[in-house]
Write a protein that binds this ligand. Structure first.
Ligand code: ATP
Ligand code: MG
Length: 567
């Protein structure tokens, strides 16, 4: 393509709300434009990059045996009612009505639609497994759309859904998808980790996220320094915490602790490590049609992980309990403990199971219990509730966990029968028995990846694309278009390379050389070939955007050298 013809509206300034390099440079480089909050258009260069990423995803999904389809963006609410998600999905789900008052949603994800497609069309185990995927527009009315393509409201996702006759076969596909995603992100040249994840609103069990390590990432992940363990902080586990400090040995007793309402005060009052104290975190759990106070007990030195707590309480959401809520539930704030706590839903962290010599609130103003042993609570009370931290020990080996920032680019789930049973989608198994399908679902943030490529690779001047994703690999810059020899040489080279289907762009604009170099650096083509004054000596200059290395190449050796550039 000729630069002079291509619509590449580069600008000097970035929008005020653009904080991250990917957002700033994609707008300034003329890749995308914004029409509203979280709403973006892909301009020619952006569309080329998007399609390149899309092709890598498609090639690998096809290779893995999945079949591409295209589902509607507008979905009848009825399907969402059948799955039970209509009322629980939250405000991200945009709901609206047509002229006949029929209710619709804009698809934020397509489990319902795909289940409806397969139901009554696949009837026997003999037709399984089946994996259908699409690369299509999604809409989520995100609470805080930001960072450009990283968190849009309308975005492009690859979403695949697989159907199986058994859990074993679902697991096989899940492993295959883990491998496929690994190939995709490796081909895109990204540094990433597959991490254990929370399953979120989609539900089901067994889920992994693919995180690109990037300092501007929104997700916190813990990574073991010895083994392969890595997990989103929302789901991260750790080896049970221990302490070398002496426990406060005492027989079980009620102790007067006037005005000691915080864990720090309690630790000081008894001169003990807060490891031996129990902290109560009081929350209000929101359910579909009611709310309830729930108390979570963790060690004084730990913090509650809200996502784990929400899952334990099977709540849609947890919010802070107000003083009135706490009073109404007859909880003695500051002195709440699990021993003798009646008529209140509560959960205890797994690490407190069968522990002794603890101190906790006595559920009475100004009193704590000492010498508490955790033997008398039912199994259902226990759950993993704590936030694992940097420095904690790995749950798999003796390594140390360290914190890193990541951007989620993919997520794979074993859904099981959650949607198929809710939506009556079943098949006849080998024994002629009807069973709901076993399902898996697999997402990749295709438009988010456009931005991720830049978060992973840029400098202060602009984007740095790798060859795999670059809109064009080589930018031939005519230093001075009024110089006939330069123009003639450049155009001839450009035509030759185009004939060989090389990804090349010719900057033939009647602009100053410096201006064209700035655009090269801002847009970030992997290489520039400058056809300038040195052409008189039979030389042109090759510049690498990533390393900024410049070398003069004799025109007799140019074709040989360019083979490497396009390799
Ligand atoms: P996040 O935690 O970032 O909100 P999610 O877990 O809700 O994402 P999934 O439902 O797992 O997202 O969707 C699959 C993929 O789609 C994600 O891994 C992510 O790459 C991409 N994605 C999700 N939400 C957005 C968004 N608002 N804008 C761009 N891409 C998104
Ligand atoms: Mg996710």
């Amino acid at each position: 393509m000729r630069f002079s013809k291509l619509f590449i509206p580069t600008t000097k300034d970035a929008p005020k709300d653009a904080l991250l390099p990917s957002h700033i440079f994609l707008i300034r480089g003329g890749f995308i434009s914004q029409t509203g909050s979280g709403l973006y258009n892909f301009l020619p260069l952006g569309k080329i990059v998007l399609d390149k990423i899309r092709n890598v995803v498609k090639e690998e999904m096809d290779r893995a045996g999945a079949q591409e389809i295209s589902m509607g963006v507008v979905n009848p609410s009825e399907l969402w009612r059948q799955s039970g998600r209509y009322d629980v999905y939250g405000k991200e789900l945009l709901r609206f009505k047509d002229r006949k008052d029929n209710e619709f949603v804009l698809g934020p994800t397509h489990e319902e639609v795909v289940t409806d497609i397969v139901r009554n069309r696949i009837n026997s185990y003999k037709q399984l497994p089946l994996h259908l995927y699409q690369i299509n527009t999604k809409f989520r009315d995100e609470a805080r759309p930001r960072f450009g393509l990283l968190r849009g409201r309308e975005f492009v996702m690859k979403d695949g859904y697989s159907f199986h006759a058994s859990v074993e076969d679902l697991k096989r596909e899940f492993d295959l998808m883990e491998k496929t995603y690994t190939t995709i992100f490796t081909r895109l040249g990204l540094e990433f980790r597959a991490v254990a994840a929370d399953s979120g609103a989609i539900g089901g069990s067994g889920s992994k996220e693919f995180m690109v390590l990037a300092k501007n990432g929104e997700d916190d992940i813990l990574i073991c320094d010895k083994c392969q363990y890595a997990a989103n902080i929302e789901a991260a586990k750790r080896a049970k915490k221990t302490t070398e400090n002496e426990p406060p040995k005492a027989d079980f007793a009620k102790f007067h602790t006037p005005n000691i309402t915080s864990i720090e005060q309690l630790g000081e009052f008894f001169k003990v490590d807060t490891f031996y104290t129990i902290k109560a975190v009081i929350k209000k759990a929101i359910y579909k049609d009611r709310s309830e106070i729930v108390v979570f007990f963790v060690r004084g030195c730990d913090t509650l992980q809200e996502i784990k707590a929400k899952n334990a309480a099977k709540a849609l959401e947890l919010i802070d309990a107000s003083n009135e809520d706490i009073k109404e539930a007859k909880i003695t704030a500051g002195f709440c403990g699990p021993v003798g706590l009646e008529d209140i839903k509560f959960f205890i962290d797994n690490e407190l199971r069968e522990e002794k010599n603890l101190i906790c609130g006595a559920n009475e103003e100004n009193y704590h219990y000492v010498g508490v042993s955790m033997f008398n609570f039912k199994d259902e009370r226990y759950a993993d509730l704590i936030t694992a931290n940097e420095g904690d020990l790995c749950p798999c080996c003796s390594g140390k966990l360290s914190l890193a920032k990541g951007i989620e680019v993919g997520h794979i789930f074993q859904l099981g029968q959650k949607y198929s049973s809710a939506m009556n989608a079943s098949f006849l198994d080998q024994n002629g028995k009807s069973q709901p399908f076993f399902m898996g679902c697999y997402g990749i943030g295709v438009s988010r990846l456009v931005a991720v490529m830049i978060e992973a690779n840029h400098d202060e001047k602009g984007c740095i694309w790798n060859k795999q994703c670059a809109p064009y690999v080589l930018d031939i810059i005519i230093s001075n278009v009024k110089n006939e020899a330069q123009t003639e040489f450049a155009v001839k080279l450009y035509d030759e390379l185009r004939a060989k289907q090389k990804e090349v762009i010719l900057d033939d604009r009647n602009e100053r050389f410096g201006f064209k170099m700035n655009d090269f650096e801002l847009i970030g083509f992997p290489y520039a070939l400058i056809v300038g004054r040195e052409l008189d000596e039979g030389k042109v200059e090759l510049v690498s955007r990533a390393t900024n290395e410049k070398e003069f190449v004799h025109i007799n050796e140019l074709h040989e050298r360019l083979k490497e550039v396009f390799a």
